[in-house]
Design a protein around this ligand. Structure first.
Ligand code: ZN
Length: 376
């Protein structure tokens, strides 16, 4: 799985620390572990053998993610956490690696599996275990090491598929970005990914292989997401927070009740309200904070006790692309201050409206008179 920035995954059950990085286990991860052990035991394999193999397999996935995290650290990028999910691991980086850094950060994961696979293959051979195909095809307690070796080589190859969201997609993009823009490189990689997804889907349909269909869908969604993100990134280039922020908005006062806030929510199209005590901003009341307070305290409660005091602040001159990173992981709105004075708000909705308008303007400037709805 590729590294991704910011945000938090709910449903965590258990955590450890590996190389200084917190590793959190999603509860569904344990379900899949138990299910796999039950499924894998029987025949020439005992429950203990099955458990050992599964433990080795997920350790390999974890080391793959640690590879991403350690390489990112070399570029000064911290890792918030590694989340272990049934479909694999996910290293959440503090920021997106730059084009030049992305190659090594993405490549490090599969590289770990490749070397691990070779080392295990060597260990299997050296300890007298067979390494021929016939030896590891059937699960047994005697071939755990050679099966783990093969699993690591398969993991390395699968992750190097040149399509988003696989590591190989990122590796390919960073190579392409050496001679062209990041956006153009993303587009080419996304197109290759869509082609691979189409081939996989066709093969999956012909063979009635649902796993292949699932992977095809996964890759198709990855291609769409990455090309949309790259388009947005390109549109935001050179823009400042000031260009996109909302300047006409309503505020609440520190002494207002939840009823006052609810009335304002209905009367306007605004979802987030800055709360002021005199000229000073003391908090931000979002729609979800408001609804929660309405349910717990009723309409008579005070805005001041329901609002978020720990809101995000932005400078109007800040780079829009960087500021947009703030609006993720459940944060929908940031307040813009100029000399400690509230001058604007940046929300996820108005940011996407800004991007749509800018794209229309650019398309018009490029002489595309007949703009299809699809392009908007
Ligand atoms: Zn990876």
């Amino acid at each position: 799985m590729p590294p991704r920035p910011a945000g938090r995954v709910p449903g965590i059950a258990g955590s450890v620390t590996v190389f200084g990085v917190p590793v959190r286990f999603h509860f569904t991860f344990w379900l899949i572990v138990i299910w796999m052990i039950v499924l894998a035991s029987g025949g020439r394999q005992t429950v203990v053998g099955a458990a050992l193999f599964i433990f080795g397999l997920f350790s390999s996935v974890l080391l793959h993610e640690a590879g991403h995290a350690l390489m990112a650290r070399r570029y000064g990028i911290g890792t918030q956490e590694i989340v272990m999910l049934p479909i694999g691991g996910l290293a959440r980086l503090e920021r997106q690696p730059k084009a030049g850094e992305e190659f090594w950060v993405a490549f490090a994961g599969p590289l770990v599996n490749f070397f691990l696979g070779l080392a295990l293959l060597g260990a299997a051979y050296w300890t007298g275990g067979g390494v021929a195909v016939g030896h590891w095809l059937e699960a047994a307690d005697t071939n755990i090491v050679s099966r783990l070796a093969v699993a690591n080589l398969v993991l390395a190859l699968f992750n190097l598929l040149p399509a988003f969201p696989m590591d190989g997609g990122r590796v390919l993009r960073s190579l392409l970005a050496e001679r062209r823009s990041f956006e153009h490189a993303t587009r080419i990689t996304a197109r290759i990914g869509t082609g691979i997804a189409a081939l996989m889907a066709l093969l999956g349909l012909l063979q009635a292989n649902f796993l292949l269909l699932f992977v095809a869908l996964f890759i198709y969604i990855g291609a769409m997401q990455e090309s949309m993100a790259a388009t947005a990134q390109a549109l935001m280039q050179g823009a400042k927070v000031r260009d996109a922020m909302v300047t006409d908005f309503r505020t609440l006062s520190h002494g207002d009740t939840i009823r006052d806030a609810a009335e304002l929510l209905l009367a306007t199209s605004q979802q987030d309200f800055p709360v002021l005590a005199g000229p000073r901003v003391t908090g931000l009341l979002s729609r979800s904070h408001l609804l929660r307070a309405l349910a717990s305290e009723g309409p008579g409660g005070y805005v001041a006790s329901a609002m978020d005091r720990d809101f995000r602040r932005l400078d109007p001159e800040a780079d829009l692309a960087e500021a947009a990173g703030v609006l993720s992981g459940g944060v929908n709105c940031a307040l813009v201050f100029e000399d400690e004075r509230l001058t604007g708000m940046l929300t996820a909705e108005n940011l996407s409206e800004y991007l749509v308008l800018k794209k229309l303007r650019e398309a018009r400037a490029a002489g595309k008179e007949e703009l299809s709805k699809r392009d908007v």
